[in-house]
Write a protein that binds this ligand. Structure first.
Ligand code: ATP
Ligand code: MG
Length: 259
């Protein structure tokens, strides 16, 4: 892929090259709000600037079976967008077929999720890449086990949290809850991105961005419009998405992160 290292971004990332543990933990206000699309789009935008990106989807549920194996669509999409050659079992150590929170899906399939295994896989990936992007599942308090939520995992991975806000009715409440909780744990917050997941121009969707800017004490980088699918192209490589996300990159990776 063509390298587009330029301006401030070039400076930011040349200083990042020697650093470890640079990255983001991408969470959201709910399931289906666009975490995978935005994580994949960010991976693609970073890669277009010549940055080596590693990705991780620590636990994926709701995986369908293909040729006798579970097919983790989010993990595969992230790997493709990042241009990663890492083994799928490293990127996605746990996958389950039932579309449930990891704790419940694991219990129902009589398996347990070992946090040390997640941390070890993450360290291996982080040692290989300049930037790590890790996608949670559902929202920030979704249980991985009865003792570990995705927020706890972000803390253990020492990654700042990026919050994807699905722009729908209810988003103000969900976004405030997510931000309040993250602030209470003092995890660094890299900000939020508002995402329009449907073409519908509801009153809530058209007023959410400005209301969120007034209410949330964190940077709101902007809003992703509803993206039209181009036949034969994955949505994450949409030029519109890439242009918008590329413009957020400097803010997203700048210090200090808000607490
Ligand atoms: N801005 C957008 N324009 C068009 N479609 C979108 C947009 N954002 C998300 N979508 C679509 O909405 C669906 C849900 O998005 P996505 O899979 O990224 O959500 P998620 O938050 O990762 O969900 P999960 O909790 O299951 O991981 C996908 O089909 C995605 O392509
Ligand atoms: Mg996802």
């Amino acid at each position: 892929m063509e390298s587009e290292v330029e301006g401030l971004a070039a400076e930011t990332f040349s200083s990042m090259k020697g650093m470890k543990r640079t990255g983001l933990f991408v969470t959201g206000t709910d399931t289906g709000v666009g975490k995978t699309l935005i994580t994949a789009g960010l991976a693609y935008a970073l890669r277009a600037r010549g940055i080596d990106v590693g990705v991780m989807k620590p636990v994926e549920t709701g995986c369908h079976e293909r040729n006798g194996r579970l097919h983790p669509v989010d993990a595969l999409m992230l790997r493709e967008a990042a241009g990663s050659r890492d083994a799928l079992d490293l990127i996605n150590p746990y996958r389950f077929c039932e579309p449930l929170a990891p704790m419940v899906a694991a219990e129902r399939s009589r398996r347990s999720i070992d946090v040390e295994r997640l941390l070890e896989r993450f360290r291996r990936l982080a040692d290989r890449h300049t930037v790590m992007l890790v996608e949670g599942a559902g929202g920030i308090l979704v249980p991985i086990t009865d003792k570990l939520s995705f927020l706890d995992l972000a803390v253990r991975l020492q990654l700042p949290v990026l919050i994807v806000i699905g722009s729908r009715l209810g988003a103000l409440n969900h976004a405030r809850l997510t931000v309040e909780l993250a602030r209470a744990t003092r995890v660094p917050i890299a900000g939020a991105i508002v995402n329009r997941t449907t073409a519908e121009r509801s009153l809530a969707a058209t007023t959410n961005l400005s209301a969120l800017r007034r209410l949330l004490p964190i940077p709101i980088h902007g809003e992703i419009p509803y993206l039209e699918t181009i036949r034969g192209r994955a949505l994450w490589c949409s030029p519109v998405l890439r242009r918008i996300l590329a413009s957020y990159v400097d803010e997203l990776f700048s210090e200090p992160m808000r607490r």
